[in-house]
Design a protein around this ligand. Sequence first.
Ligand code: CO8
Length: 257
Amino acid sequence: MVYEFIKVSIDQAVGIITLNRPEVLNALNLKMVDEIVAELERMDRDDKIRAIVITGNDAAFAAGADIAEMADEAAIPMLIKDQFAVWDRIAKVSKPIIAAVSGFVLGGGCELMMNCDIVIASETARIGQPEVKLGIMPGAGGTQRLTKAVGKVKAMEMLMTGEPIPAEEALRHGLINKLVPVEAYLQEAVKLAKQIAKQPPVAVRLIKKSVLKAIDTPLNEGLDYERNSFYLLFASDDKAEGMRAFGEKRKPNFAGR
Ligand code: CO8
């Protein structure tokens, strides 16, 4: 597939998507979001890929939605187009997605990051939802996912002031997993992705679904979902291989079945 605004590469079992509009700090236009989602879905179907990394460049993961593209939009055409519907497809990707972020992580960029499962950030990352400064508010999940990630009072502060927070503050608030020097954030994310890629893919897939369930279902429902997923894994070849390898004191070799 030929893309205009993203680059794609593969490192062992890790698919890497790089946002590529550096001249506008990777501002997300509609075509770029479509390309990201199309490639995520393609990688999700590709048996050779077991984990996905999304990154930008050192200066910007993404500085938000493309303001130039948005400036002349009107309410009803936007409602009819429902441009954010495509974002729902990101949450349906079954393989783990790791965001490797640096520099500006703003607006739609922060929302894209929060759609990922794990976040490795460079020390230079500045993360926020500045939409209020433009007279609007987040539209791709920012008010919901930020609140669930950092809690009500911090979310209120970030969303109402529009001020980004530095990476170490994001780490304290549980918005990112790990902070590393700018030279190392992508490498670190790929290393983590490779580690996850060695795990049994069906178990990883069901773990991802179960954790996402925890975010928006009552505990009892989530526990029920977890239990059924646990039982289901006993039908997998990888469960047999994992337990056999333990008994034989060797490393397991997971086939993904
Ligand atoms: N959209 C379009 N162009 C942008 C954007 C953007 N979000 N951000 C930066 N650019 C462009 C600038 O216009 C500039 O272009 P040019 O060189 O042609 O003038 C170039 O990138 C470099 O930017 P600056 O010169 O401004 O660089 P600075 O280092 O001085 O400042 C900032 C960097 C602080 C990041 C600044 O550019 C800025 O404030 N950008 C806008 C940030 C913002 O408000 N983001 C939120 C946008 S709204 C949003 O995301 C709604 C979410 C809805 C869901 C997402 C759907 C895709």
